[in-house]
Design a protein around this ligand. Structure first.
Ligand code: SAH
Ligand code: SF4
Ligand code: F3S
Length: 463
């Protein structure tokens, strides 16, 4: 995908934790994170577990005794990147044979002992439900030289009691449920993350309040299937309401929702509470009912569109985004055209778009992979270009309007600019203007492209 300049559409992929350094290299841990936001939140949990056991989180790979890769298996490419990274780590291990290298996360769960071949540089393999075992497996490795593996999936583990070590900042992740029971035919997640389970509502609401007190201003509630959250008699709408009331000024977002579980009650709750952001990411995957059926998505396009219409009617000024897969088994030009038509009808503000990547053990693996690479790529380019035009058109609608923007920090492209986000999750760039990080300011938009809005901070006397 990189070849055609699609980086913007690829979810955040790599990340290095921030330091809490001391000089004791032997207790230094460096975690590199790949994949979805759930993995980023899990890395904070791993850091919390390790911190409690006397380890320090480092940002410097060279002075760390333990390197963990928190991995993703969603597409072949994601795993390929990890093998490349392991090759690079081989060199580090040659220089320092005592270096401990671990694979954690979804790839650990999928490939298990297969990651520990004789020649492999890997010392530890831990699946997403086994992070509590990290300290003891490391002790055993150091004391007895035994490699460690723990890949059991749990029906109850939610790490409810673990205090994550977060990077200081304005926005935070917060996992509220784990696992997925949907078994879409193309997807590895139900196998790598196991069955759905949710944290208790009061605990989550308390954590949102705590995050506010610590200075966070924007929190994203996470789950692979976040709107099938269920704790006692409480559903996801109840959870959102409880979080909204616990920290009424905190901006609250969530991802990822499944169309099958998106209730009217949830849409109405978002409309009712001001701090629940007017932004919904609702993956559609394809515009063709035949393909949706093969994917086992459990909805039709007609049903999906009726939800979208309810959302647009009940939440004014809502922003919408989606995920789309091109080139799923048997996808024809006609199916592809239906996807383009759907995109034109919904007019998403943004989309994450992928070429279908067959995954072993999934149902679709046995259906074959009959759309050739060239066709997949061409269809991907079609939808990316269409989405770019739609995003630009939607972003231009903001010109001259004033938005509440929470400033998150200095822009990555220029240290003379700040960046922040609107309630609808659009990135806004404004000129540096004192220390505004963490503040909610009014911004008038004066320029926009398909990815970003540019504006100026308006002071109250100008309103
Ligand atoms: N739980 C979320 C999505 C999690 S994975 C949901 O159902 O909406 C994120 C996205 O990766 C999916 O929405 C899908 O578009 C894409 N994806 C998953 N498996 C894939 C595969 N085998 N090949 C290509 N893309 C895939
Ligand atoms: Fe995968 Fe489907 Fe579950 Fe999403 S809902 S994680 S696409 S199986
Ligand atoms: Fe990847 Fe696992 Fe997330 S497969 S997308 S890291 S749940």
């Amino acid at each position: 995908m990189k070849d055609i300049g699609l980086e913007k559409y690829i979810p955040i992929e790599t990340f290095t934790e921030l330091p809490r350094s001391n000089n004791n290299t032997a207790r230094k841990l460096y975690v590199e994170t790949y994949g979805c936001q759930m993995n980023f939140a899990d890395t904070e949990i791993v850091n919390g577990i390790m911190g409690k056991n006397g380890y320090d989180v480092s940002e410097n790979i060279d002075d760390s005794a333990i390197i963990l890769l928190n991995t993703c298996s969603i597409r072949e490419n994601a795993e390929y990147r990890i093998y490349q990274r392991l090759n690079e780590l081989k060199k580090l291990k040659k220089q320092n044979p005592k270096l401990i290298v671990g694979i954690i996360g979804c790839m650990a769960e999928r490939l298990k002992r297969g990651l520990m071949t004789k020649k492999s540089v890997v010392d530890l393999v831990l699946g997403p439900d086994e992070y509590r075992k990290l300290p003891s497996l490391i002790d055993n490795l150091v004391d007895n030289g035994e490699k460690g593996i723990a890949v059991r999936l749990s029906r109850v583990e939610t790490y409810d009691d673990i205090i994550p070590i977060r990077k200081e900042g304005v926005s935070a992740w917060l996992s509220v449920m784990r696992g997925c029971d949907k078994f879409c035919t193309y997807c590895v997640v139900p196998y790598t993350r196991g069955r759905e389970r949710s944290r208790e509502m009061e605990g989550v609401a308390k954590e949102v309040k705590k995050l506010w007190d610590e200075g966070f201003r924007d929190v994203t509630l996470l789950g692979q299937n976040v709107n099938s959250y269920s704790s006692g008699s409480n559903d996801f709408a109840d959870l959102l309401k409880a979080c909204s009331l616990a920290a009424p000024e905190m901006r609250i977002r969530f991802t990822t929702s499944h169309p099958h579980d998106l209730s009217l009650k949830l849409i109405e709750t978002i409309a009712e509470y001001d701090n629940l952001c007017n932004y919904i990411h609702l993956p559609v995957q394809s515009g063709s009912n035949r393909i949706l059926d093969l994917m086992k998505r459990e909805y039709t396009i007609e049903h999906y569109l009726s939800i979208m219409n309810d959302i647009k009617r009940i939440i004014p000024d809502v922003s919408l985004s989606t995920d789309i897969i091109t080139g799923f088994c048997t996808e024809t030009e006609e199916d592809h055209k239906m996807t383009l038509d759907l995109m034109k009808e919904v007019k998403y503000d943004g989309a994450y778009m992928f070429k279908y990547s067959p995954r072993e053990k999934t149902k679709a693996w046995d259906m074959g992979d009959d759309v050739d690479e060239e066709t997949k790529t061409r269809r991907l380019v079609d939808i990316v270009e269409l989405q770019r035009d739609i995003s630009e058109e939607k972003n231009k609608e903001t010109l001259g309007k004033i938005y509440d923007v929470v400033i998150e920090g200095v822009s990555k492209k220029s240290d003379k600019m700040l960046f922040g986000r609107t309630d609808g999750n659009k990135t806004v760039i404004v000129p540096m203007n004192g220390s505004l990080t963490g503040q909610k300011v009014k911004v008038k938009i004066n320029r926009a492209n398909s990815a970003t809005l540019f504006g100026e901070v308006i002071h109250s006397n100008q309103l």
